[in-house]
Design a protein around this ligand. Structure first.
Ligand SMILES: Cc1cc2nc3c(=O)[nH]c(=O)nc-3n(C[C@H](O)[C@H](O)[C@H](O)COP(=O)(O)OP(=O)(O)OC[C@H]3O[C@@H](n4cnc5c(N)ncnc54)[C@H](O)[C@@H]3O)c2cc1C
Length: 260
């Protein structure tokens, strides 16, 4: 592994200042399950660990929204009574991710900020219309999740900004998440689909079939035509597109059957 400086701020303001000193040479560390691979090849030599900052791991129930700290791990999502009651689709997605050991480390913020087209928490959060609070040297702003992903490994975050909260509206929603991958565990999706019905409006989002997770119309044929899959080792583009059609149909049926 290449040498790097390691910084461990105890307050958010200190983390912002440390990042602002050299944004292009610095990476933020959450669980490290994606970052560890980047340390081998990345063009950076400073790591700022966010884990010692109090409050960034909390899951808070506000009247109108659930505020999830970016450092909440996948295990935290699985254990949270608030998530199970208000947003069970996030639980469904977290259960299909990685292994118990990885889930104890991997965070929701890392999953979003790593910006893999196959990030499993992205489609459900797109369907739930989440908003992301970010902080930088110039203050705080909110980004609708639909505007967050810019390409593989790229987001709407400026290099000097930190994701500090994922805000999920607390409205009655029926939702489902389906993940299709060659193995039942420890594998990235070939195609993933989330679907959520809220106040008579149905949203569908796709993972792993475009350069970013994608919101699409709630129609299997339209979803398949909007997907932009690639051929790779895991599956052909043609197969992925066919599976989008199948999974969107199944997700819409699953949501129609659900009462909560
Ligand atoms: C064996 C294995 C299996 C896996 N299986 C899956 C799977 O099934 N599904 C899936 O989606 N992923 C999977 N992953 C990928 C990974 O575990 C997840 O993406 C995880 O959620 C990343 O979170 P992390 O806390 O480890 O992120 P880190 O590795 O700490 O960070 C990832 C990136 O996000 C940035 N970052 C982190 N937090 C912030 C923040 N608050 N603000 C700004 N930038 C930030 C970091 O700088 C880094 O660039 C797997 C990984 C492994 C090793």
């Amino acid at each position: 592994m290449r040498p790097f400086s390691y910084l461990e701020p105890r307050a958010l303001g200190d983390a912002v200042a440390m990042l602002a000193e050299a944004p292009s040479r610095t990476r933020l560390l959450a669980g490290g399950t994606d970052l560890l691979l980047q340390l081998e090849r990345g063009p950076f030599d400073r790591v700022v660990n966010l884990k010692r900052i109090a409050g960034l791991r909390a899951i808070a129930e506000e009247p109108d929204e659930t505020v999830i700290g970016p450092l909440a791990t996948l295990t935290d999502l699985l254990r949270s009574e608030a998530i199970a009651r208000r947003h069970p689709v996030l639980r469904e997605a977290a259960l299909l991710m990685a292994s118990p050991q990885v889930r104890n480390l991997a965070t929701i913020g890392g999953n979003l900020c790593n910006a893999s087209p196959a990030a499993d928490l992205a489609p459900p959060l797109l369907c739930l219309d989440a908003r992301l609070s970010v902080v930088g040297p110039h203050g705080q702003r909110e980004i609708p999740i639909a505007e967050f992903f810019a390409g593989p490994g790229r987001t709407a975050l400026s290099p000097d900004e930190i994701l500090v909260a994922i805000r999920v509206p607390a409205v009655a929603t029926r939702a489902a998440f389906l993940k299709f991958s060659p193995r039942r565990a420890m594998d990235l999706a070939i195609v993933s689909v989330a679907c959520a019905a809220t106040n008579g409006r149905t949203r569908v989002a796709l993972g792993a079939v475009a350069e970013v997770p994608l919101l699409v119309p709630p129609s299997p044929d339209e979803a398949a035509s909007m997907a932009r899959p690639i051929d790779d080792l895991r599956a052909s583009a043609e197969y992925r597109r066919a599976m989008v059609r199948v999974l969107v149909r199944r997700a819409l049926e699953a949501v129609a059957r659900r009462t909560t």
